[in-house]
Design a protein around this ligand. Structure first.
Ligand code: ZN
Length: 182
């Protein structure tokens, strides 16, 4: 069934062309924002993602869950955190947990939210929700937006081809994870 036949049509270029038949969860928040920063961003109401950390016995973060994004998606092929557009009246924490469940099979009951970091643009914002693994989490690619989702050792993160915005944010996010575990 061609996607064009659907009554609710994806925005002109969705998170790029979504393959016919691909599992994709839509909300009224899906869509592009043309931002005064000169770029466009996904999520009419903003977006949020989950940065989930695993700690060692000393409380140091040793690994985080990252998503290898599908090649057809926006900035595809890169690695970032599971996340996506916020739904109407959805708190960033809730949106990040919903997306992490949809895209990465992460049970929200197995994580403990530590706090949020908001990146504010003129017409858009992105909230990174920092969380700890509370019960064992075995992430997996559970929808078409992910090629792979897995625990990545903290020291290996920068060796991956990261989503540029995540690469910029990573040093500060890791620092916050380290401080929040104490
Ligand atoms: Zn912007």
């Amino acid at each position: 069934m061609p996607a064009e036949d659907a009554g609710t049509v994806l925005p002109a270029s969705g998170p790029a062309g979504i393959p016919p038949g691909a599992a994709h969860h839509r909300t009224a928040g899906d869509g592009w924002v043309q931002c005064a920063c000169g770029r466009r961003h996904w999520g009419r109401l903003g977006a949020a993602g989950l940065l989930l950390a695993r700690r060692d016995a000393a409380g140091e973060p040793v690994a985080v869950v990252l998503q290898h994004r599908a090649p057809w998606s926006d900035q595809g092929g890169t690695w970032g955190v599971p996340g996506g557009a916020l739904a109407p009246e959805e708190a960033p924490e809730d949106g990040a947990l919903r997306e992490a469940a949809e895209e990465a099979g992460i049970d929200p009951g197995h994580v403990r939210v530590l706090g949020t970091v908001e990146l504010v643009h003129p017409d858009w914002s992105y909230t990174t929700v920092l969380a700890d693994e509370h019960e064992p989490v075995t992430p997996s690619a559970t929808d078409a937006e992910s090629v792979e989702v897995r625990w990545v050792p903290v020291g290996d993160v920068v060796a991956l081809p990261l989503l540029p915005a995540f690469a910029d944010a990573w040093p500060d996010l890791l620092d916050r994870l380290r401080r929040s575990g104490r």
